[in-house]
Ligand binder design. Sequence first.
Ligand SMILES: Nc1nc2c(c(=O)[nH]1)N[C@H]1C(S)=C(S)[C@@H](COP(=O)(O)OP(=O)(O)OC[C@H]3O[C@@H](n4cnc5c(=O)[nH]c(N)nc54)[C@H](O)[C@@H]3O)O[C@H]1N2
Ligand SMILES: Nc1nc2c(c(=O)[nH]1)N[C@H]1C(S)=C(S)[C@@H](COP(=O)(O)OP(=O)(O)OC[C@H]3O[C@@H](n4cnc5c(=O)[nH]c(N)nc54)[C@H](O)[C@@H]3O)O[C@H]1N2
Ligand SMILES: [Mo]
Length: 685
Amino acid sequence: MDLSTPAAGTQHVRGVCPHDCPDTCALITTVTDGIAIRVQGDPDHPPTQGALCTKVSRYTERTYDPARVLTPLKRVGKKGEGHFESIGWDEALDTIASKLKTIAARDAQAILPYSYAGTMGLVQGDGMAARFFHQLGASLLDRTICSSAGGAGLKATYGASVGMHLEFFPESRLIVIWGSNSITSNLHFWTLAQQAKRNGARLICIDPRLTETAEKCHQHIALLPGTDGALALGLMRELIVNDWLDHDYLARYVEGWPGLREHAMAWTAERTATECGITAAEVRGLARDYGTLSPAAIRLNYGMQRVRGGGNAVRLIALLPCLTGAWRHRAGGLLLSASGWFNAARCDGWMMRPDLLAGRTPRTINMSTIGDDLLREASPAFGPKVEAVVVYNSNPVAVAPHSAKVAAGFAREDLFTVVLEHFLTDTADHADIVLPATTQLEHWDAHRSYGHTYAMLNRPAIAPVGQSRSNADIFRALAARMGFDDPCFADTDEAMARAAFNTAEVDPAALFERGYVKLKVPDAPFANGGFPTASGKALADSPGLGLPDHLPNYESVLTTPALARRFPLAMISPPARHFLNSSFVSVASLRAAEKEPLLEMHPDDAAPRQIGDGDEVRVFNDRGEYRCKAALNRRARPGVVNGLGIWWRKLGLNGTNVNELTHQQLTDLGRGPSFYDCLVEVRRA
Ligand SMILES: Nc1nc2c(c(=O)[nH]1)N[C@H]1C(S)=C(S)[C@@H](COP(=O)(O)OP(=O)(O)OC[C@H]3O[C@@H](n4cnc5c(=O)[nH]c(N)nc54)[C@H](O)[C@@H]3O)O[C@H]1N2
Ligand SMILES: Nc1nc2c(c(=O)[nH]1)N[C@H]1C(S)=C(S)[C@@H](COP(=O)(O)OP(=O)(O)OC[C@H]3O[C@@H](n4cnc5c(=O)[nH]c(N)nc54)[C@H](O)[C@@H]3O)O[C@H]1N2
Ligand SMILES: [Mo]
């Protein structure tokens, strides 16, 4: 189809994929007679290159899904049952405002907003919602559920979440894909990695699971979960003893190298191999490739930081390109996140208005421990019991760790719960009031990316479906009912999208005309140091943290042998390819592609348990039990099982999902969850 000349009655509307994914694609929606007919990738946007993933190319199916929530709903059954009746907007908003006013009159901190990245938009994410909760004085939410360990690791090393440009990976001669299933979760990067491969680059994947991506690389190193920090230290020692170091780069642009050097010397290839569950030859071979192929790029992703030592592991890996001087080249270095490049361009203060707190300092609740926190009584240390939760852009009952606790918390009869949603998720099933939210095709927004450096703009392509209203519009209406009179509560969605970036960094005319503007970031940003730290150097020794080290998992054969005798298998729970966290589980065609909840298991682990391919199994530990089908294949390494996520609990065989088994212990840095640091046992059901 020719995207430049729509037929009469048809329009092409420029937008942005809102989902939590590094690709942040530019979309073109074809609209005929007010109906979105299809959604395509913008061929002119360099990262998108006209292609979309399977999920988002089904966007119209999701938008017009008959299961979509189209009116406000009031719960009529028990919490969790999912029985609702339609009510009008006035009744819904009046009920919510009166309840929130009553609670706030005692202590507004008893009200908790809970949100994550259902949309990554700056307006429909924490725009008007942040203003609302700041004015109210509600508890603050620490948004840790995804990337905070890695973010803290990058900050401790580079000073911010910054890295290589996506566009230069095709020029790399070595690409190490580390803790990432790019074909599933970062498809547009994978396209560039394949270009590099055709240009002669070597591709190595470091992942406990033989993913679709690992299969297509030259080499796959299947280490044990949570041992990436040890591998990085072992690589450092090999780089040192073989003198594959850039001494000049280290001397000029790295702080604390002598101490780290001494520390790394303790990690022989043999010791590293034992810790990681791989061979010494694999450690040496990887070091040789990394030390001798140039330019060498690391595409790190968040999969490797969802363990106790995730933050330290990111610190160690982020130092590797400083040892070899890979940063001197634009196709060398590391990319975990690009989001820090947007810091100067964002207008967070204006968008979120923390000044509306007016000197109040509400407590902060960590979203990763929502299970415990909803069940906590009032205490001097904790503050008031949580009496109301307002959920938007998130499905905590399915995605937060230790979900039996999360579900028990949301089932509390004395908890008032409001959920803004597109679908009746596990969380919405527990709501007192569900409010129908618009999708990205129906509202304005502005976006940054964590995988590339384009500021983006989303225009509504169609009118709101049913009675849905945008998140921002819902909080605007609630603000009016609460009597909040700051003029910021009158800003329209469009006005907020227009003002999301400052004009010095992002030309507003270009953004509105074309839908995206590239930030001005140098091609090889750290060729001569220039890291956003106080000294401009990368930090091996970081103030207040000291040197990074390998921290073994909370639960593992090595650290908790007694527990491992009862639960001998390590479980990781990476995303299923056709789902995005728990989003898209509701889209029939995508759910059909995933078929059913699966646990991948190595035949050597299945045989002694008399488990056959396709058998129904019980996966369990002291926290609970999850039932699913066993898939015996080479994707799982011995000793590690892969519970693909994140299914809705209510679609599980026994009404649970993988998070029935995960725990709420936090990562070393960033107070994040450690989903992939989890021991289980498996039996035939
Ligand atoms: N289709 C799809 N795309 C997504 C998502 C999705 O759910 N589905 N999620 C989105 C989100 S929220 C995010 S944060 C991003 C990034 O999301 P990530 O979670 O980084 O996504 P994956 O690429 O699947 O990376 C996880 C990989 O890490 C591996 N892994 C698990 N434990 C370890 C370990 O200890 N060490 C190492 N080296 N590897 C380990 C897993 O086997 C898996 O292949 O992707 C986004 N894109
Ligand atoms: N076991 C295990 N657990 C995990 C992970 C894992 O790998 N393993 N991954 C973790 C990671 S990386 C993340 S990021 C979290 C993700 O956790 P969440 O951010 O909660 O992600 P989703 O499950 O996709 O839920 C997002 C919800 O927002 C809704 N939504 C989308 N757009 C809008 C909108 O405009 N308005 C409103 N009101 N709602 C909207 C969607 O319908 C969807 O139900 O899960 C974490 N949980
Ligand atoms: Mo995430």
